[in-house]
Design a protein around this ligand. Structure first.
Ligand SMILES: [Zn+2]
Length: 841
């Protein structure tokens, strides 16, 4: 028993510390939502709270953003739980097989993770964080129940770079009081907007792929906790009210009955809070659970109960915004109140059944490890000769904590070949990658690898196919039996190289080879490429093989071998050496068919107002972070811009856009530059810049007038109630097609005679006359692999151009109807794009 005096002192101390805990209004000097708060101020409040109530609050850093802002999370729970916090966390991981050992107890609180502001300009959510934190500590029956039964993780801002881009801009634009007039400049956020992270990616499309460092750090930390519940807070257009669970259809078929039930339960709690305040809301519409790389689906496919929340507002809404319904002004203070209520309602729903939430989570992982879903119990990825690609695939699996091993011998099997979509006999070889479905993450594995996700409704918010083996172009077999695997990684296949060879050869197969090429180009190594297949030293080398001869690189002296060998090791590419330039079959290395690649091409990318921010970001990030190759972003429409500096560029990439990306008065300069050897790469809608233009080859198909009349008739009698469904008839929201490739053209080097493309743009282009139709579809039906394609666009896909090259003088125009760098996750597209930049002669 404690001494009374000491007890009293302790009580006084805790009373005093409570007295010192300031509410957000006391701390900031204004009520939540009365001003926009930058991220560091949110953190200051978190620091204050964690210092005042250390027994119940733990502040943790989980990394930093590209712009060096800290990434923070705040854990709130009862004193008892905070004392045992690490045990609760590790017990959870042990109980689901993600950490070895036995949990010390079966009974533990549920971990509920609240993510605010993954989209930076949806600032309401971060603004609500101090209010939620304070309410959790304010006492009362609900708060006490929550702290006892749950460990709440509040992530105040998932995307601080985007959030501060928005908030800092906004705070500069307002006067003494906010202006609700929608024409006021504070409602007109400039390009690129705060939604994106530093590299202009949408972080809420990146949970599975983790191409962005804020998402790599977030998901790594998330997997250190594996919360049973994830709430992801967003905003939508300012004229909408509030959206919460249950989600809209389609649900992915593998969402469990328990997860579906909990969507309803959480919705019920939210309705109660909103009804009590007479606030408008809606459920079951618009936001679905399908594409696996969202903040709701990725945790769901990892067994969690996970939901998206959407407040009406967003970057356009500012502090006050006149809504379309007359007389109604939307204020940030209202928006913040909604988010705080939804947060507490959701945590309360879990606190009321935390035992069951934990139990069902463990059950989900038991099923994964002992009785996994899906037809395939193992996957075999053929590795020998394709090490670069498999290395990249393993990195993706590692990020998602999907375990793998290797085949230890040769075995005859039958499996579903993803690349042919047929059941075939094949043999494993020692060193092949083997992934077993009997593992904690098998549900996620099944979904990431599935070729045709079952779509119960075509009205979806996002892409409808994502099959990882096709995205990586990896020769993968789905096998119905459980295979044993070895943990012993195969030894490096690098052939031994001694002395000073005549030349090095690197087969051109994957983006790892492109990274290698970029690295040695930067160090002034001159590189050639074989235009045709050749044999040397008993091996056959495909077209596109990089040939790095000592001849032409004499200036580098001894550094030559060192650069080539070091970078080959760095990127895991297969380096072969030869003592002679004579091919036993095909062209010798001095032949015209072994051509010089342009030495360190100078690359520019059009960016700024009028371009698609994500498209720009995908190109920027690829050069800057993946190839680590210099790139110049050019804003030709900025006030002081002199236009596009053609004379300083060898390659110009034009991303998709909506405005005047190349001004009329620059067309003659463009033509001149092309004639002199410039290379223009047009992505998605930017292909339209030259379509039907005098002197260029790309033409839109002439419409068959009979057909369009018929469609007109149908359109006249379509039902109003079906308007949303009708609108998807014109879309291809990300489906997979097997595109025919002319792989004798350097744009398709490194590929077989086909390419699995993610198609989310459908244009109506004819085949090029007088140019090279490198990638095309003859028949939509034959090329279709997976995903949803609207009925009205199917026609357009037949006989359509996907990849074209037009020669203008010594220069070239590359047309890419779909951006192969989309979201940075379609691994095989990176090689295609690299071909356009580096490989064209
Ligand atoms: Zn959002």
């Amino acid at each position: 028993m404690r001494k009374p005096l000491l007890y009293l002192a302790g009580l006084l101390l805790s009373l005093q510390s409570l007295a010192q805990l300031q509410s957000p209004t006391q701390f900031f000097g204004f009520a939540p939502g009365e001003q926009m708060v930058p991220t560091h101020r949110l953190y200051q409040y978190a620091v204050h709270v964690s210092q005042q109530v250390p027994a119940k609050v733990k502040l943790m850093s989980y990394g930093q953003t590209f712009e060096k802002r800290p990434l923070m999370m705040v854990v709130v729970s009862s004193e008892e739980n905070i004392k045992n916090l690490d045990q609760i966390r590790t017990d959870n991981l042990k109980s689901i097989g993600l950490m070895s050992g036995q949990p010390s107890s079966k009974i533990r609180p549920a971990i509920v993770w609240m993510s605010y502001n993954v989209h930076g300009n949806e600032a309401t959510n971060s603004a609500a964080f101090p209010k939620v934190l304070h309410e959790l500590l304010a006492g009362g029956a609900v708060a006490d129940k929550i702290l006892k039964n749950t460990v709440v993780v509040l992530a105040p801002c998932l995307n601080p770079d985007g959030h501060d881009r928005y908030v800092n801009w906004y705070n500069q634009k307002i006067g003494a009081s906010p202006n609700a007039n929608t024409s006021a400049w504070e409602h007109n956020e400039p390009w690129p907007g705060g939604r994106w992270n530093h590299y202009l990616f949408d972080p809420n499309r990146d949970w599975a792929w983790q191409t962005q460092e804020i998402m790599q750090q977030l998901v790594a930390t998330f997997q250190q906790w594996m919360p049973q519940v994830h709430a992801d807070f967003h905003e939508m257009g300012p004229n909408s009210p509030y959206y919460f669970a249950p989600s809209a259809k389609p649900y992915h078929e593998d969402i469990t009955p328990w997860q579906r039930e909990m969507q309803e339960v959480v919705g019920t709690y939210n309705k109660r809070y909103f009804d009590r305040n007479n606030w408008l809301y809606y459920t079951r519409e618009r936001f679905d659970l399908f594409y696996p790389s969202y903040g709701d689906t990725w945790p769901t496919y990892n067994g969690a109960i996970a939901m998206t929340y959407e407040q009406g507002g967003g970057g356009i809404a500012g502090l006050a915004y006149e809504r379309a319904d007359e007389g109604d002004t939307l204020r940030l203070t209202h928006r913040v109140a909604h988010v705080a209520a939804a947060s507490i309602a959701t945590i309360e729903a879990i606190a009321d059944r935390s035992g069951k939430v934990v139990e069902e989570f463990v059950k989900f992982y038991d099923r994964n490890q002992n009785n996994p879903i899906g037809a395939f119990k193992s996957y075999v990825v053929k590795t020998v000769g394709d090490e670069g690609r498999v290395k990249a695939l393993k990195e993706l699996l590692d990020k998602n904590q999907i375990r793998y091993g290797y085949a230890n011998d040769s075995r005859a099997l039958t499996g579903f070949n993803y690349l042919t979509q047929k059941d075939e006999a094949f043999k494993t070889e020692a060193g092949d990658l083997v992934i077993s479905a009997y593992q904690p993450k098998s549900n996620l594995l099944k979904i990431l690898f599935e070729i045709k996700p079952m779509l119960e409704d075509s009205v979806t918010y996002d892409i409808t196919s994502w099959c990882v083996p096709l995205a990586y172009g990896a020769k993968t077999y789905g096998v119905k039996e459980r295979l044993t695997l070895s943990q012993q990684a195969p030894s490096s296949p690098q052939p031994a190289i001694s002395g000073k060879p005549y030349a090095y050869m690197v087969p051109w197969k994957s983006a790892e080879d492109a990274k290698f090429l970029a690295a040695i180009s930067k160090q002034k190594v001159r590189v050639r490429a074989a235009e045709k297949t050749f044999d040397m030293g008993g091996k056959t080398y495909a077209a596109g093989t990089l040939i790095i001869t000592r001849a032409g690189n004499e200036g580098l002296g001894d550094a030559f071998d060192k650069i080539v060998q070091t970078e080959a090791t760095n990127f895991g590419v297969t380096l072969n050496a030869t003592e002679s330039g004579a091919a036993s079959k095909g062209s010798d290395f001095g032949s015209d068919y072994v051509y010089n690649l342009k030495a360190t091409p100078r690359v520019g990318v059009i960016a700024g107002e009028g371009t698609s921010a994500t498209n720009v970001g995908e190109v920027w990030h690829f050069f800057d972070q993946e190839l680590k190759y210099p790139v110049t972003l050019i804003d030709p429409n900025s006030r002081f811009s002199a236009g596009i500096p053609f004379s300083k560029l060898d390659v110009l990439v034009v991303p998709a856009g909506f405005g005047t990306l190349i001004r009329e008065n620059q067309f003659s300069a463009l033509r001149e530059w092309l004639r002199n050897g410039g290379r223009l790469i047009l992505l998605e809608s930017a292909t339209g810049i030259l379509a039907d233009k005098e002197g260029f080859g790309l033409k839109n198909k002439k419409d068959d007038s009979k057909k369009s009349d018929k469609k007109g008739d149908e359109d006249s009698f379509k039902l109003f109630a079906n308007r949303e469904r009708e609108s998807v008839s014109d879309e291809s929201p990300g489906s997979i097609y097997k595109i025919k490739l002319d792989n004798t053209h350097p744009l398709a080097f490194g590929f077989p005679d086909h390419y699995f493309a993610l198609v989310n743009n459908v244009y109506n282009y004819d085949f090029l006359k007088g140019g090279w139709n490198v990638g095309y579809l003859k028949s939509e039906k034959e090329g279709y692999v997976a995903g949803f394609t609207g009925k009205n666009v199917k026609d357009k896909l037949s006989n359509s151009l996907f990849l074209g090259v037009e020669e203008v003088g010594r220069g070239k125009i590359v047309y890419m109807a779909n951006n192969p760098l989309f979201r940075g996750f379609w691994y095989n597209g990176k090689l295609l794009f690299s071909n356009a930049v580096f490989m064209l002669p």
